[in-house]
Write a protein that binds this ligand. Structure first.
Ligand code: BGC
Length: 458
């Protein structure tokens, strides 16, 4: 098989698997518009509305927690196929719910699928990718998350203007679920997992097809060795793994605690706070935010394997801190600023989301797919993913009360301060993993190399 053919094959495999990211984005974003209709249909008070929104995050937390073992036992491929089935069932369930309780339960079920997909997909893609394109291929998942978010905003907007309501918004989610499930039936299991389970012939065959350049025997030996030392919670708490756990949980904290989902879930509210009185303009501006998110993720994908992870992280996080500070300043002087504030807010939020999309958005997920040794990779990634959902839940559901207690300016100053500390954390502790074989990172961990240098050659 020629190099170009195998490159195309790997790209197709990654693109199909990344449909899981599309579902993640769609099913987390769709609620923003659907809620407006649900609350009318079921006459919901704020408390029940919070439940309808938060149920999905609760499901994500359970999904991420329960399924670290699942990908190790069932394999990556079967786990993703199972996830697609749950996504489809959850979409049908929520679209046909006759009561708010049924709707909330359906949202928890969808959350379970998102929780599994949010780490099984990057894990799968990282294991089928040759090191030189791994960054771009794993980041495809993030690209599809952002496309899923815009798609959900557009679907909401489309149905909102017709006589079809929230049921159709949820039902649309079955289409990508079916594509993912059927697509995955035709994709291979990862060579790493197969070799770890002793199915070396099959692993060799797949490796030869997707990575003809690599030393197949060396890859298989490494995978078999790691697979034999079965990963457990005890293994995960071994001192030599601590730097990797520290980086994974730290980067997820920074990704969420710099406020990304206050923008994704509450952008129209922020625009209203800044002085937009028309809901339609606020929603159009929100679609704009979603589009910038997609475009800048594409920029990141093009750069991540050339420029490297750290320069992108550093530049993007500076952009985030500057725009968060500008937002805080704007709100601080809101009374003297008047009408310009709303336009400044649009500009600043575009810079903020663009900076997130080139840096923390894709790179946090990429890092956790790269830094853990194979034998604990499933468990460790699920722990980092779990941390991501817990921080997401904590930040999203304290946003409005934080605004009430410390004010709009105070809230954004707080996110800017966390961003500054996060920038220092990334400079000190995040390793450069561009083009580094996953085995080198493992060897460095075992040799006690400090966190920031884990990607350095042996
Ligand atoms: C984050 C999500 C966020 C999305 C926005 C992802 O990397 O994990 O919480 O909603 O990016 O694009």
């Amino acid at each position: 098989m020629t190099d170009a053919t195998s490159k195309r094959l790997v790209f197709i495999i990654a693109a199909v698997a990344a449909t899981g990211g599309l579902l993640f984005g769609f099913d987390t974003g769709v609620i923003s518009g659907a809620l407006l209709f649900i609350k009318k249909d079921f006459a919901l008070h704020a408390y029940m509305q919070e439940w309808v929104v938060s149920a999905v995050l609760l499901g994500c937390i359970i999904g991420a927690m329960a399924s670290g073992r699942m990908v190790d036992i069932l394999g990556r491929r079967i786990s993703i196929i199972g996830t697609a089935c749950i996504f489809a069932a959850g979409s049908v369930w929520t679209s046909s719910a006759g009561s708010v309780e049924m709707l909330i339960m359906g949202r928890v079920v969808i959350g379970l699928a998102i929780g599994v997909a949010s780490y099984a997909v990057p894990l799968y893609i990282s294991e089928i990718s040759p090191p030189q394109y791994r960054g771009a291929l794993v980041s495809l998942n993030q690209l599809l998350i952002t496309i899923g978010i815009v798609a959900s905003y557009l679907v909401d907007d489309g149905f909102a203007h017709s006589d079809k309501t929230w049921r159709y918004m949820f039902l649309t989610g079955t289409t990508p679920a079916v594509i993912l499930g059927i697509g995955m039936l035709f994709l291979p299991e990862t060579p790493c997992w197969l070799a770890g389970k002793g199915r070396e012939d099959k692993a060799r065959d797949i490796l030869n097809r997707i990575m003809p350049d690599t030393d197949t025997q060396a890859e298989l030996d490494a995978a078999r060795k790691s697979g034999k030392e079965s990963g457990s919670m005890r293994e995960l708490s071994a001192p030599w793994l601590r730097p990797a756990l520290f980086i994974g949980i730290g980067i997820m904290f920074i990704q969420q605690a710099t406020g990304i989902n206050t923008v994704i879930y509450y952008a129209p509210t922020i625009f209203e706070m800044a002085g937009f009185t028309s809901a339609t303009t606020a929603i159009t501006a929100t679609v704009g935010v979603g589009i910038v998110n997609v475009l800048m993720t594409i920029v990141s994908i093009r750069l991540v394997d050339k420029v490297g992870r750290k320069p992108l992280l550093s530049a993007g996080m500076i952009g985030m801190v500057v725009s968060l500070s500008a937002l805080a300043l704007g709100f601080q002087f809101q009374t003297t600023m008047g009408d310009e504030l709303k336009w400044i807010t649009v500009g600043v939020l575009f810079i903020y989301i663009g900076s997130f999309a080139v840096s923390l958005g894709p790179i946090a997920w990429l890092l956790i797919a790269e830094i853990y040794p194979l034998n604990v990779r499933g468990l460790a990634m699920s722990l980092a993913t779990l941390a991501n959902w817990i921080f997401n839940f904590a930040i999203s559901f304290t946003f409005l009360s934080l605004v009430e207690t410390i004010g709009k300016a105070g809230t954004f100053w707080l996110y800017a301060a966390i961003g500054t500390l996060g920038w220092i954390f990334c400079r000190m502790y995040v390793p450069e993993t561009k083009g580094v074989p996953l085995e080198t990172i493992e060897a460095n961990l075992r040799n006690g190399i400090p966190a920031g240098k884990l990607g350095d050659p042996r």
